[in-house]
Design a protein around this ligand. Structure first.
Ligand code: F6P
Length: 349
């Protein structure tokens, strides 16, 4: 068997752990020849590959990023010509199947190509944790750890100066990172795309805390917006399948709060530090399980499905069920209630 492996979309910690596990498992279980495709679907369209053997994937478990490179611009579904080219390249490379490690965009492309006859196993990757059908994607735990540490750090400086400290997380249209990191990092307010915030409630919170303990920490997801307002778009990338890049709502919130407070307000946008660096032990284990499970699915001929992690176990779901869908924080999620009951402001009221 000849199996291609690619990483698509934005990178995240744990990609190398999946590449390592899927390659070692495929070499072991089916004596497969494993071909790494460079820079995601861009490399497939251009036929850029490199062999993946035991040595090529040894020593990469701890490292962030992806040894194969990635791209969130190339879209083989953009035109019929591009689709034909991707399928022709797969035939030229002699691929019996493709393991596509990526997020929502990658799974949508994988689904499209699988409908045209390319056998694919998807592996869910995203710091945003917003993939339909998957409780936990690898990369998320590492991002939460990074944001949690940032919240701890702004707390001490906020305390010294008696300031309101706003920390903005990534997450696109889902608030998973902000919610978990906000709780782990003891944020006083957590603002999510799923709950439009009431600025008055935040002003009130900050005013109360100005007396004692003098500082307030707000964790805000990049997709959050004030009631009646719009999301903050940082830029639009013309030739990207998903052109909108959010960012900067922390600065907007500062302008909404500052005129009404005695304290100074400072905003920190964490950006790509959340995507870089070594994966946490949890993500290393999860990514290894995902890679191993993907290889088992290849061996069993279970194609056109994405590996998932549900209720603590490896499973899979059809690509048709995950393509073009994302998973937001449900409004009845138990963590929201926990946050409320320990006095965290969710911008409601
Ligand atoms: O989907 C992962 C993610 O990091 C989002 O949280 C963020 O909105 C986006 O990608 C940033 O994309 P880029 O790396 O293209 O700026």
């Amino acid at each position: 068997m000849r199996i291609g492996v690619l990483t698509g979309g934005g990178d995240c910690p744990g990609l190398n752990a999946v590449i390592r596990a899927v390659t070692k498992s495929l070499l072991g279980c089916c004596q497969a020849e494993v071909i790494g495709i460079e820079d995601g679907f861009a490399g497939l369209l251009e036929g850029r590959t490199r062999p993946l053997d035991w040595d090529a994937v040894s020593g990469i478990l701890f490292s962030g990023g992806t040894i194969l490179g990635t791209s969130n611009r190339a879209d083989p579904l953009a035109t019929e010509q591009a689709t034909e080219r991707a399928l022709a390249q797969a035939r030229t490379l002699g691929l019996d199947a493709l393991v596509a490690i990526g997020g929502n965009g990658t799974m949508t492309i994988a689904h499209g190509l699988s409908l045209r006859g390319l056998p694919i196993v998807g592996v869910p990757k995203t710091i945003d944790n917003d993939l339909e059908g998957c409780e936990r994607s690898f990369g998320f735990d590492t991002a939460v750890a990074t944001v949690t540490q940032a919240l701890e750090r702004v707390q001490t400086t906020g305390q010294s100066h008696g300031r309101v400290m706003i920390v903005e997380t990534m997450g696109r249209y889902a608030g998973w990172i902000a919610l978990e990191a906000g709780i782990a990092g003891a944020a006083d307010a957590i603002l999510l795309p799923e709950i439009d915030f009431n600025t008055e409630a935040l002003i009130e919170l900050c005013r109360q805390r100005e007396a004692r303990p003098r500082y307030t920490v707000i964790c805000i997801a990049e997709g959050a917006k004030p009631r009646g307002g719009q999301m903050t778009v940082e830029r639009t990338i013309e030739n990207s399948p998903d052109p909108i890049r959010l960012g900067g709502v922390a600065y907007h919130l500062r302008t909404l709060l500052e005129p009404h407070l005695r304290s100074e307000v400072r905003a920190t946008v964490l950006g790509h530090v959340q995507r870089g660096g070594a994966p946490t032990p949890f993500d290393r284990v999860l990514a290894t399980q995902f890679g191993n499970h993907a290889a088992q699915m290849v061996e069993a001929g279970q194609f056109n499905r994405m590996v998932t992690f549900e209720r603590g176990a490896m499973s899979s779901v059809s690509l048709a069920e995950v393509a073009d869908r994302t998973r937001q924080v449900p409004l009845d999620h138990p963590l929201l209630q926990t946050a409320r009951e320990i006095g965290v402001c969710l911008g409601e009221g």
